[in-house]
Design a protein around this ligand. Structure first.
Ligand code: ARG
Length: 463
């Protein structure tokens, strides 16, 4: 059949084929060919069910199911010629099946519609991506745990407003991201559990008069159950939106970490050295080693947010049930999924390979009066000053050190006593960064012992 005549799948009432522009705006095969494996799995389950229910013969079902495997292997080996005139993956597969097995192919579409077919295919595809995201997040978390374990004691500056605030440990900082990616992981699992229901058999929108068994196809495709409302089954895309929302939140975490790596790897900070495997050089400046992977993670994340907003826009005005607008769901999700997986893998690689410059971290931790809070706390504990007053006294000491161009531990005892007479030499114990972090023993605090407990708890949780 030539592309100029009416469509072989739905062309019965059409005298002429579509305008070329119509074909261009209508066709989705350019992108939904990525659903081929899911489409064929769904059709094979449907054919088996039709035969089990006596709706088609066993021999037709056998021919259909085997023919579909032939089509799949043609697609996988690149031997398949996709046709734009056949619009989408569903009709491309069915048309090829007809060429391969002949007449029985025409019985496959009994008791279903492309509307439940595409909803099923897309759910299966998104489900695979949630599984891939789970794997990617777990690998990243393991890489972070490795860094945290190694550097549970290493001291670095903790920041607020990107100003030195208090010393923290490297392990503590790494574990902050373990918490974030751990929540992403639990969101992925929640989303998967919620979306794992089968739309297949909802047919066009109202169900079908054929005695189909939706539980059988649901089970065959690994769904927990069939969806309970056929109108909802064909028109729901919240599973895809939830995927994009979960991806967006995770991407936001990836981007924040990427931003830190860009800052940390700069010559001004020198907190980390990224491996050659995850850096690039400059074509003009021979000394440069650029954190391109981190920068690209930071940038690509915008596409994931964009996909989330774009699909919200597609869906927000659609009356029930199916509208062709919904065909615009796929490219957004495909692009977001590709970039999320890539960002997860790139981040994992960078984290695994990066090395912390412990001396630069410690030197930076000691600068910027990072133990001023420890000093104020000491005044409260040892001299009985109310915290507000201790804060004021410490502020004066900081001003004094600043005017001398030194750090707090460099002030002499006499200079300290000029500001507050009750200060004695034991104050120097709390001014060192190691004692500072060791003292922060509150639950979830930065003390190496607390950090090690959290590492152990996470390892047990993930085991
Ligand atoms: N290519 C379509 C999509 O992606 C498949 C469903 C078409 N259904 C229809 N009634 N035109 O949404």
């Amino acid at each position: 059949m030539s592309d100029k005549t009416s469509n072989q799948m739905w062309g019965g009432r059409f005298a002429a084929g579509p305008d070329a522009i119509m074909e261009a705006i209508n066709a989705s095969i350019g992108f939904d060919k990525r659903l081929a494996a899911q489409d064929i799995a769904g059709s094979r389950a449907h054919a088996a069910m039709l035969a089990a229910q006596g709706i088609i013969t066993d021999s037709d079902a056998k021919a259909i199911r085997e023919g579909l495997l032939t089509v799949l292997s043609e697609i996988e080996s690149g031997d398949f010629t996709f046709s734009t005139a056949l619009e989408d993956i569903h009709m491309n597969v069915e048309a090829r099946l007809k060429e391969v097995i002949g007449e029985p192919a025409g019985r496959l579409h009994t008791g279903r519609s492309r509307n439940d077919q595409v909803a099923t295919d897309f759910r299966l595809w998104v489900r695979d991506q949630l599984d891939a995201a789970e794997t990617g997040l777990l690998a990243l978390i393991q890489a972070l745990l490795g860094q945290a374990e190694q550097g549970a004691e290493w001291v670095m500056p903790g920041f607020t407003h990107l100003q030195t605030a208090q010393p923290v440990t490297w392990g503590h900082h790494m574990m902050a991201y373990v918490e974030m990616f751990g929540r992403d992981l639990s969101r992925v699992r929640d989303a998967r559990a919620r979306m794992n229901e089968s739309p297949l058999g909802a047919a066009a929108l109202a169900g079908t008069g054929f005695p189909i068994d939706r539980h059988m196809t649901a089970e065959a495709l690994g769904f927990d159950r069939p969806m309970g409302n056929s109108l909802d089954a064909v028109s729901a895309r919240d599973f895809a939106l939830e995927f994009l929302s979960v991806a967006s939140i995770s991407a936001m975490h990836l981007s924040r970490f990427a931003e830190e790596l860009v800052i940390w790897s700069s010559a001004q900070f020198r907190f980390v050295t990224l491996s050659d495997r995850f850096s690039t050089g400059s074509s003009i400046m021979p000394q440069k080693k650029n954190p391109d992977a981190a920068e690209l993670i930071r940038a690509k994340i915008g596409r994931i947010f964009g996909a989330n907003v774009a699909l919200m826009m597609v869906m927000k005005g659609l009356p029930l049930a199916y509208s062709k607008d919904m065909q615009e769901d796929k490219e957004q999700v495909f692009d977001a999924a590709d970039n999320w997986m890539l960002a997860l893998a790139a981040m994992e690689g960078m984290v695994r390979d990066m090395s912390a410059n412990t001396s630069a971290l410690e030197a930076a931790a000691a600068h910027g009066f990072s133990t001023a809070t420890d000093l104020a706390d000491w005044l409260v504990r040892e001299t009985g000053l109310p915290f507000r007053d201790a804060h004021h006294v410490t502020g004066s000491l900081v001003a004094k050190a600043e005017s001398k161009g030194c750090d707090l531990p460099d002030l002499s005892l006499e200079e300290m006593q000029d500001v507050h007479g009750n200060i004695d030499a034991s104050v120097y114990d709390v001014l060192g960064v190691h004692n500072s972090v060791r003292s922060r023993m509150s639950y979830g605090g930065t003390a190496p012992q607390r950090v090690r407990e959290q590492i152990a708890a996470w390892k047990e949780r993930l085991a």
